[in-house]
Design a protein around this ligand. Sequence first.
Ligand code: PAF
Length: 283
Amino acid sequence: MNTLHTIAQVRAAVSRARQEGKRIGMVPTMGNLHAGHIALVEKALQRTDYVVVSIFVNPMQFGPGEDLDSYPRTLAEDQKRLLEVGAHLVFAPSASEMYPEGMDGHTRVSVPVVSEGLCGASRPGHFEGVATVVSKLLNIVGPDVAVFGQKDYQQLAVIRKMAQDLCLPVKIMGHPTIRAEDGLALSSRNGYLNAEQRAVAPLLQRTLQQIAAQVTSGRTDYAQIINEASQQLSAAGMRPDYLDLRDASNLSQVNDQTRDLVVLAAAYLGTTRLIDNLEFSRS
Ligand code: PAF
């Protein structure tokens, strides 16, 4: 397994793999890999012959005051895990390789509607940064299949829509969230939690399960359900950023006819912002 840092090197390596008749898989990441990322790599390995994992903490998707500088950068450990799982190539570009003229005048990819609300409302410009870097990464590597985690549910919806609208010749696949035994969704940001906060954190997923149970049992007073759930999170010391029920297919608002739903949440524990979601159906 090689680690390459330039676009030209990666293009050359992928083109050699293609000439050998290999199907190309890709897993874009920001590094600090955990079992959730490894599951994405395993899925890509099952479906393709040559898997490229990108590791790039993309400055364009961080807002002012967010954790760009403190985001964990652990390339050596990441390389070890990727070697063990059987990835073929790591692409770890610098910011100047990705944005040689800086970000100010850079072309941006914006995906309206699906980027709005939820994380898009709390993190202005975030999904534009994600869509821009993911389209660059997909253009650099040219994979047949790219795999993303469903923990970032809105991100996955944005990337699917971008790939569809821009006619990118890639199959975008989601992978279910990998969780700790107590239900907490694995995330690089869990490392910011102290022991006390870590003990409270699983309440986020439990609260989403309670909301889903209430809706499937027939309650339709959605605002009240969400309000009660928010109070439960606040009482435990979390600061809910948003908590919302949406149509699972396109993240539009739910109505009484919506059958496939997703409940999504973001909440702060101290300064750490956790996100999670839960898909469910009702008859
Ligand atoms: O989910 C992430 O780690 C990032 O948002 C992604 C998709 C790698 C783009 O930087």
